[in-house]
Ligand binder design. Structure first.
Ligand SMILES: Cc1cc2nc3c(=O)[nH]c(=O)nc-3n(C[C@H](O)[C@H](O)[C@H](O)COP(=O)(O)OP(=O)(O)OC[C@H]3O[C@@H](n4cnc5c(N)ncnc54)[C@H](O)[C@@H]3O)c2cc1C
Length: 341
């Protein structure tokens, strides 16, 4: 789930941490540094590091160039290793901020104050009129910022900088948008869907298909996030389709859950591309039918790197998008039709 610019930013974060005071990340940082080429290291060292150099401004409009302190409103369990975190931006800061800066899909960098490291996170609904931003945050056993965020209690202050563009939504550009996510890769797609669906003037004829996978049913996004999407899809099947997948289930999984990984057949079946073989007369009839114009489609993929590789092929050199591989490559999709977040 890394856009090239953010991946570059993340790399800078790791490197700068190694140059600073000793930290919990030092071992990983050493191996990360070893992985860079000499030229790459030189470039990164010469670049300023926002985590250390960006100031914190209390009353200025939101900006990626400096950090803004915000308050934790709530931080609630939502699964085995996840929490739903709500942050409040001060009203005067929100009022001064440029509303056009929040261009879907956007994210923010949250700073772990203990070790001066930042990571990107995606507000699930963007930002509301009260300045609230809601995040679905996973903690990893040896992960730094996720674990730190899980310890935050209501009333505590956190600093973030943003908004930063993850992927640019464009109105009336696509007939079909296919969203394929794994784990918290769901977050950017939730932001996209909730933004577009809540605004009837935004691309009313675009159809969205969300294929989401989690390891186990209990690791799926919590009902507060998933159920409104499922309800909307049931009421408006022409607009949204949601298909959920789990790797394993103890048998108690709901009947609408697919117990398998997302693969080519799952994608084709969700898009109605698998059709029964026509009889000879059906084939003859089809030859006389006018051909439908090709759909303008885009496939967005966001999740753990292994999943991105299997669905869309690995990122390219220098953190570029690379070729379209995996299931989408087998389906013959072009680079212009696929984006790895
Ligand atoms: C644009 C963008 C938006 C994001 N939005 C969200 C979001 O809304 N919610 C959210 O929880 N995360 C989100 N992430 C991921 C997040 O930025 C961090 O990468 C993640 O929280 C891990 O950071 P950490 O400091 O806790 O762990 P780190 O210290 O970076 O990593 C510790 C360990 O965890 C493993 N690890 C880290 N990330 C993953 C992963 N994705 N899958 C499997 N293993 C992993 C590492 O391999 C390592 O062993 C987003 C990432 C990007 C690029």
């Amino acid at each position: 789930m890394l856009s090239p610019s953010l991946r570059r930013g993340l790399a800078r974060r790791a490197l700068s941490t190694s140059a600073g005071k000793p930290s919990r990340t030092s071992k990983r940082v050493v191996s990360a540094v070893a992985a860079f080429t000499a030229a790459g290291v030189a470039a990164y060292v010469l670049l300023p590091d926002p985590t250390r150099s960006a100031p914190t401004l209390k009353n200025a409009p939101l900006s990626p160039r400096y950090f803004t302190p915000v308050t934790v409103v709530s931080n609630e369990e939502s699964g085995p290793d996840t929490k739903v975190l709500t942050l409040a931006v001060p009203p005067e800061v929100l009022a001064a901020s440029d509303p056009n800066g929040f261009h879907t899909i956007w994210s923010v960098f949250i700073k772990d104050d203990d070790i001066q490291v930042e990571r990107p996170y995606t507000p699930l609904y963007g930002i509301d009129d009260k300045g609230h931003m809601v995040f679905w945050i996973k903690k990893y056993p040896r992960g730094e910022v996720g674990r730190w965020l899980h310890t935050k209690a209501p009333g505590e202050k956190i600093e973030f900088r943003g908004p930063l563009a993850t992927w640019d939504w464009k109105n009336d550009t696509w007939d079909e948008v296919v969203l394929i996510s794994g784990g918290t890769g769901f977050a950017p797609f939730h932001q996209l869907l909730s933004t577009v669906i809540s605004n009837p003037t935004m691309s009313p004829s675009t159809r969205f298909t969300l294929l989401h996978s989690s390891k186990r049913p209990e690791e799926l996004p919590p009902p507060s996030l998933l159920q409104p999407l499922i309800d909307y899809a049931e009421q408006h099947p022409e607009r949204v389709n949601v298909d959920l997948f789990v790797d394993t289930s103890d048998g108690s999984a709901a009947s609408n859950l697919h117990v398998k990984r997302i693969d080519r057949s799952a994608i084709e079946s969700a898009l109605g591309l698998i059709k029964p073989t026509p009889s000879w007369w059906g084939w003859l009839w089809k030859q006389r039918e006018p051909q439908a114009s090709p759909k303008r489609r885009v496939f967005l993929v966001c999740g753990p790197e292994a999943m991105i590789n299997a669905i869309a092929g690995p990122y390219g050199r220098n953190l570029s998008q690379g070729q379209v591989g995996g299931a989408l490559g087998e389906m013959g999709l072009k680079p212009s039709e696929v984006y790895k977040l």
